[in-house]
Design a protein around this ligand. Structure first.
Ligand SMILES: [Zn+2]
Length: 107
């Protein structure tokens, strides 16, 4: 029988699996943070604040700075939202952040 000690490759694979699991956990936790889902859209007074607000949110994976590539007006879950497409300038992970203009929703 082969010895049970992990080869370097197997150890690396195990490390990758750990890293993937950590990333999944971080992404799941991020969904509980403001701005990461339509239901948790961050209230802003004006569309001009979207970029500044998006940049103030750190990358959930690595806490790097997010770069705003684009933002658009969309209707999601019955609410008019601004959706910012952002990418992390450190790890490159892309994501969408959600903002609501004009204070509290009326409906
Ligand atoms: Zn990142």
């Amino acid at each position: 029988m082969a010895k049970k000690k992990l080869s370097a490759r197997a150890a690396r694979r195990a490390g990758d699996r750990e890293a993937e699991k950590l990333t999944r956990d971080l992404e799941r936790l991020a969904l509980l943070e403001p701005g990461h889902t339509p239901g948790r859209a961050i209230a802003l007074d004006a569309a001009s604040q979207v970029e500044v607000a998006a940049r103030s949110i750190p990358c959930p994976r690595c806490r790097g700075a997010l770069r705003v590539e684009d933002h658009t007006a969309e209707t999601l879950e019955g609410a008019r939202l601004r959706v910012a497409k952002v990418a992390c300038s450190a790890c490159g992970a892309g994501r969408r952040l959600y903002f609501r203009l004009g204070g509290p929703a009326l409906n």
